[in-house]
Design a protein around this ligand. Structure first.
Ligand code: 5MM
Length: 338
């Protein structure tokens, strides 16, 4: 297959109505934090057991089209010796890989951060491809305060995301472009909308400048919500209204799929908000999920590092995947939580 055929085929498999993406690409410090919350110490073997459990969930492929893995997982095997990317592929789930090298403070931009990892990216992608990855993910974050994100941070982060996406496509890897406007802070939903509009419009300016093919990329943004420190939760209808207003303004219809991150919302909130966006709105893109915490939290609690809890953990994952699948069609309601 040519590079273009690879890109077309991968995006077609990832963006399917009724399906979303499982983000299981926590870096070592993040997974250690998640494990600690359920009383598990993070080790290579525990991470292998846990991520095997996720990928071996029977029927997950009915609701999940792709999984984002961490580099370590790409090289790990299931108990019966199968490489984990092929375990996902067997279930009809496209394996992908997080390729950024993490974020850090941006020089001369107090309070802003920038993501690293462009050096040697093309070579790394060729290696990941050999291990089975067909798409990639890169996350940049934006803090909201009265003065952040600065114009410099908005422009520099957009440039980095676009260069990453262009390199991925040149290697036949579909890029997931993740600009996350963080939920932390005491800002209003209106301020979040303004920042999101500025951030995402700049991302698309950069993507176009770098000639990224919009038809073979996926956007993974945060929803527009009030800051967490306000203690105020907007209703799903408010979140949907503000989020769609921003996205209609700045995301070209050529983009096939928008897969939201959950960003610290509870699993139920993330499902309700996605459902509200998909209820009765005519949209140019498939609006779906690429949740980490909102898909995995109940499964992690049910597992708690104990192998005999494997099936209940898989059931918990399958339940969230199914409910979010319904939300992508606008068919979810809270009473389905049981
Ligand atoms: C799963 O976590 C991903 C990796 O985070 P770190 O590099 O900080 O370890 C993260 O990018 C994730 O894919 C997104 O934030 C979506 O996850 P949530 O939990 O926000 O839905």
């Amino acid at each position: 297959m040519t590079i273009q055929e690879d890109l077309n085929a991968t995006v077609r498999e990832l963006v399917q109505p009724g399906k979303g993406i499982l983000a299981a690409d926590e870096s070592h410090p993040t997974i250690a934090k998640r494990f600690k919350a359920v009383g598990v110490e993070s080790s290579e073997e525990k991470r292998r057991q846990y991520r095997s459990l996720l990928l071996e969930t029977q029927g997950l492929g009915e609701y999940v089209s792709g999984v984002i893995l961490f580099e370590e997982t790409l090289g790990q095997k299931s108990d019966d010796g199968k490489p984990l990317p092929s375990v996902a592929a067997r279930e009809g789930i496209v394996p992908g890989i997080k390729v950024d090298k993490g974020k850090g403070p941006m020089v001369n931009a107090p309070g802003d951060e920038i993501t690293e990892g462009l050096d040697g990216l093309a070579e790394r992608l060729e290696h990941y491809k050999e291990l089975g990855a067909r798409f990639a993910k890169w996350r940049n974050v934006y803090h909201i305060t009265d003065t952040n994100p600065s114009r410099a941070a908005i422009e520099a982060n957009a440039e980095v995301l676009a260069r990453y996406a262009a390199i991925c496509q040149s290697c036949g890897i579909v890029p997931i472009v993740e600009p996350e406007v963080l939920i932390d802070g005491s800002h209003t939903i209106e301020r979040c909308a303004d920042v999101s509009e500025a951030v995402i419009s700049e991302v698309f300016r950069a993507l176009q400048r770098h000639r990224v093919e919009l038809e073979t990329m996926i956007l993974k943004p945060s929803m527009v919500t009030p800051g967490k420190a306000t203690g105020h939760k907007a209703s799903p209808e408010e979140v949907a209204e503000h989020t769609l207003r921003v996205f209609r303004r700045v995301v070209p219809a050529a983009v096939p799929g928008i897969n939201f991150l959950s960003g610290g919302q509870t699993p139920e909130e993330a499902t309700l908000n996605l459902n509200a966006m998909n209820s009765g709105n005519s949209l140019p893109w498939v609006l779906s999920f690429s949740y980490g915490r909102a898909l995995q939290e109940p499964a992690q609690k049910a597992w708690a590092g104990i192998s005999s809890n494997r099936t209940s953990a898989q059931n918990a994952l399958l339940k969230r995947a199914k409910l979010n699948s319904l939300a992508t069609l606008g068919h979810y309601s809270a009473d389905m939580e049981g």
